[in-house]
Design a binder for this molecule. Structure first.
Ligand code: DP6
Length: 327
């Protein structure tokens, strides 16, 4: 009997070495490799059901029927998937996030990783982890890194099939934490998809790409050796370089708010006093404070109520995408 419905779950991830700019926008083949950690405390749970009577795919997120951008992005994704994998059938997708959408934590990584895992089961594609990661990547580049568990590296590749992420270390290898300092709640003005297209207009993007492999190996090595100092230096450098590209693209994008900058200064001050904390920022003003089991409670206590922070969301490193049920 063929399945009618599948439920899957995935976690968002925070990039240590960032993805910014594509060689191929349609297939989302990135200009450079990237490394991230999955965030266990946050997840998206998605049900995909084949809808025999429907003339188009439908989407609801957190109980709200979607129209506009979110719906057209999901439809475009499913069209691409149906074409590449020669499958047919419109889908009814219902998705729930356990974290507030308004917190500014990108949900596209967990959303497309969960959707890819559900589609894989529903259409019996039997994709292994590499191919499942590539399938998720078609929806959102960073979703490729939410498929395998723990700390993941996305290899840029040259074709759809060879651009995927793999786990480079399990969660239990090193229990790092991410404490997200939420500094703004308003919608982003320029989303990542649009931002990737602007990357090449910055005179700094070439310099960023030139040294990306070096930063990837320093980051990989820091994770293998569990060397926090080395990790802190390379992730802050990589985040600053990506934001320098954003700020100098045409038109320029300035994701940092005043509070983001104060928090970054404060993190460096804490680290100079021996507290294991390092910052990294994605395409938004929130500051992700990466830390160790020894330091995480101190960091939460320190930043709770800090000027400009509206809330803290804390998570340890987490699992990959998983199938929950098929009916
Ligand atoms: C700054 O994966 O959100 O978070 O492929 O268009 O969905 P799309 O972009 P997305 O870009 C992520 C950008 C980033 C850095 C990163 O996660 O590597």
């Amino acid at each position: 009997m063929t399945a009618n419905s599948a439920v899957a779950q995935a976690h968002p991830n925070i990039a240590f070495i960032k993805y910014w700019g594509n060689k191929d926008e349609i297939l989302r083949l990135p200009e450079n490799g990237s490394i991230s950690m999955n965030l266990q405390a946050l997840h998206t749970r998605t049900t995909a059901t084949i809808d025999h009577d429907a003339s188009a795919d439908t989407l609801s997120i957190n109980g709200e029927v979607q129209e506009g951008l979110a719906l057209s992005r999901a439809r475009q994704y499913l069209e691409k998937v149906r074409e590449i994998y020669s499958i047919s059938g419109k889908l009814r997708i219902t998705s729930e996030n356990n974290f507030p959408m308004a917190a500014g934590i990108a949900s596209s990584a967990s959303a497309f990783a969960a959707l890819a895992a559900a589609v894989n089961a529903l259409f019996e594609l039997e994709l292994n982890s590499d191919y499942l990661s590539a399938l998720a990547r078609l929806g959102s580049g960073s979703a490729s890194r939410s498929v395998p568990p723990g700390y993941c590296e996305w290899f840029p590749g040259k074709t759809h099939a060879d651009s995927y992420a793999r786990s480079i270390a399990d969660s239990d290898h090193w229990q790092l934490w991410d404490c997200v300092a939420v500094v703004a709640k308003e919608e982003k003005k320029i989303g990542s998809t649009q931002g990737h297209k602007l990357a090449s207009t910055s005179p700094l993007q070439d310099a960023r790409l030139k040294n990306a492999d070096e930063r990837l190996s320093i980051c990989r090595e820091a994770i293998f050796k569990k060397d926090f100092e080395q990790l802190a230096a390379v992730i802050e450098l990589d985040s600053d370089m990506m934001h320098a590209v954003m700020m100098t693209s045409r038109p320029p994008i300035m994701y940092w708010q005043g509070a983001s900058v104060s928090i970054m200064h404060e993190i460096r001050r804490l680290r100079s006093r021996g507290i294991e904390a390092a910052y990294t920022l994605d395409a938004g003003p929130n500051v992700h404070i990466i830390s160790t089991p020894d330091a995480i409670r101190k960091i939460e206590d320190h930043f709770r109520g800090f000027n400009g922070i509206s809330s803290l969301i804390t998570s340890p490193v987490g699992d990959g995408a998983r199938l929950i049920s098929v009916n």
